[in-house]
Design a protein around this ligand. Structure first.
Ligand code: PLP
Length: 416
């Protein structure tokens, strides 16, 4: 009989170092919940704030979607690169924070930021190419690179330096086959926000290496510390930037799957007809977000009240403070850098204080079994002996999760 899988086998994907995905490991953790534990499961593993009632999108967004749906005008296919009014609205929205204006042609509408990542990597991949990724990183980049046969080279984010990019490492890693470097700002998994000065240095380094910067700004504007959010596109005249984003986090609607891939590139390095043609062709094989969601975007971007954004930032700041304070009360855990943005923080695990736990994965599996609390093992984002804690949750859930973690620690603490 004909082997129908031979086509798949002919294109092996090296996912050996990248088999761990956040969703994959969280579903394994879920299988370890003790069904006899009468307490509710608290998951601080995933960055989906809609799981907690204090995080809620705006009426403006909901009305915009309902009106677009009920208008009966948006039941058909949209152009594959996105509705013109949607592209224009995203260009205007991003231009508010830039020293130049983007046009609709710079914007391609994607199914969430996840698809924008795929587009960026698919467009840059070629035989022998490598890409510079941060460590720790959002693991979709590694998985996507593996599928595109892009060699991954990691540069460290320096924990002692508020998770800034190790720019010396970037210079040492790059060669003539390097196609881009990736930054995530505000950062997932670290919760850091880069200063204007640091972003400027990143731009200068990338310029020197003649590589574009892929700037994942899915958490754009979710900065609640001392540093304001500065988009990488501000340095678009120094170095071409591919800006990736979505409505998912700032508007608290990750399920709406509305994102963007934007060439933030006033010097027009990506505006070569052949490149644009290739991007457009690639979009012909992607199914973008639902047309009525796209149609709602102009109103969502133009009419969301400032008060909604302020409230989200207030909630994130409050919950991140509670999270770090409670974590620091548990001897085997430390929160070395207080988060200043995004929805997650990296927490260091001191295994020497624990008796029967050998690594972050075992810590998380035992914790969910004994306490019905889920954190993401750091291994999933590239750092062993760390865990990632999502603080986009209501304060009472964070307090309860960390109370249970403290008693877990007390049971497993190494006896002196
Ligand atoms: C850094 C980063 N990039 C991209 C994504 C994917 O975003 P979306 O849900 O819009 O696809 C996420 C989601 O958590 C993320 O944390």
């Amino acid at each position: 009989m004909e082997n129908r899988t031979s086509g798949l086998q002919a294109a092996p994907v090296d996912t050996t170092s990248t088999t761990i995905t956040i969703k994959g490991i969280l579903s394994l953790l879920l299988q370890n919940v003790d069904e006899n534990d009468g307490r509710r499961l608290i998951s601080l593993g995933m960055g989906d704030p809609t799981a907690f009632s204090c995080f809620h999108t705006t009426h403006v967004s909901q009305e915009a979607v309902v009106d677009a749906l009920q208008s009966d005008k948006f039941n058909g296919y949209a152009p594959t690169v996105g509705l013109p009014q949607t592209r224009r609205a995203i260009a205007e929205y991003l231009s508010r924070d830039l020293p130049y204006k983007l046009t609709s042609d710079d914007v391609f509408v994607t199914s969430g930021c996840t698809q924008a990542i795929d587009v960026a990597l698919a467009m840059l991949a070629r035989p022998g190419a490598n890409i510079l990724l941060p460590k720790p990183c959002f693991p979709i980049y590694e998985l996507c690179s593996a599928f595109r046969h892009l060699e991954i080279r990691h540069f460290d984010l320096l924990q002692e330096n508020a998770w800034e990019v190790d720019l010396d490492a970037v210079e040492a890693l790059a060669d003539h086959n390097t196609v881009a470097m990736v930054i995530i700002n505000p950062g997932n998994p670290c919760g850091n926000v880069y200063s204007y000065q640091h972003l400027e240095k990143i731009a200068e380094t990338a310029k020197k290496l003649r590589i574009p910067v892929i700037a994942d700004e899915v958490y754009g504007h979710l900065a609640f510390g001392d540093k304001p959010f500065v988009p990488m596109g501000v340095f678009g005249s120094t170095v071409p930037v591919l800006t990736l984003g979505s409505l998912s986090k700032r508007w608290i609607v990750p399920g709406w799957r509305l994102g963007w891939f934007v060439t933030t590139d006033p010097c027009g390095m990506f505006r070569i007809p052949k490149v644009i043609e290739r991007i457009k062709k690639y979009f012909d094989i992607l199914g973008g977000p639902a047309t009525f969601i796209q149609a709602a975007v102009p109103r969502i971007l133009q009419q969301t009240e400032e008060a909604f954004f302020k409230k989200t930032l207030y909630l994130l700041k409050q919950s991140s403070d509670i999270c770090c304070d409670r974590i620091n009360e548990i001897p085997c855990l430390t929160c070395p850098s207080k988060p200043e943005g995004s929805m997650a923080v990296m927490v260091k695990l001191d295994l020497s204080l624990l008796e029967d736990i050998n690594d972050d994965i075992e810590f998380c599996f035992k914790l969910v079994k004994e306490e019905s609390v889920i954190f993401l093992p750091g291994t999933a984002v590239g750092l062993t002996s760390w865990i990632r804690v999502t603080f986009a949750a209501d304060p009472s859930s964070i307090e309860e999760a960390l109370r249970r973690t403290k008693s877990f620690y007390q049971r497993h603490a190494r006896k002196l």
